[in-house]
Design a protein around this ligand. Structure first.
Ligand code: SF4
Length: 147
């Protein structure tokens, strides 16, 4: 496996990451997201998604695809990728944490045991990237790979 640059994700690794994300959708865990976006207001919830390096690189691709080259911090601590219309601006590229963390009215976060195998696959991807530092807070990790 060729070592990717720090800024982009090798197509083979990207395909594996997309398969992990697709597998989440295939799991029969009922959740009713009503687009309240509370989970995107990190300071309110006190919870910031953690991401692997592969996820940060994939999210960066989404940021660039939306025409931006860097993040503008939100003054109230909201995710800088939440659009003014209340929708995620990188929805197809959003990380695992955003796909599995739901507020209580929507059904609550996915139980870890239901997705532990997928977390292991995410970690294995970072091994292939030779990134051994583990997951990091989303906005900081994304900012680093966008620089
Ligand atoms: S990436 Fe999208 S879904 Fe995730 S916290 Fe930011 S705006 Fe919300």
């Amino acid at each position: 496996m060729p070592k990717p640059t720090k800024r982009t994700l090798d197509p083979v690794l990207e395909a594996e990451l997309k398969d992990i994300y697709a597998e989440i959708e295939r799991r029969p865990l009922q959740r009713e997201c009503m687009l309240r976006t509370g989970c995107c207001h990190f300071r309110l919830t006190g919870v910031t998604p953690l991401v692997t390096m592969a996820e940060a690189l994939f999210a960066a691709k989404g940021v660039r695809a939306s025409g931006r080259v860097k993040l503008k911090p939100h003054p109230d601590g909201t995710c800088p990728l939440l659009g003014v219309d209340g929708k995620c601006t990188i929805y197809q590229h959003r990380p695992f944490g955003c796909r599995t963390h739901f507020c209580q009215p929507a059904g609550g976060p996915y139980p870890r045991k239901q997705v532990a195998d997928l977390i292991q696959r995410l970690e294995a991807l970072d091994e292939k990237l030779q990134h051994h530092e583990g997951s990091r807070p989303f906005v900081a990790a994304l900012g680093d790979v966008l620089h």
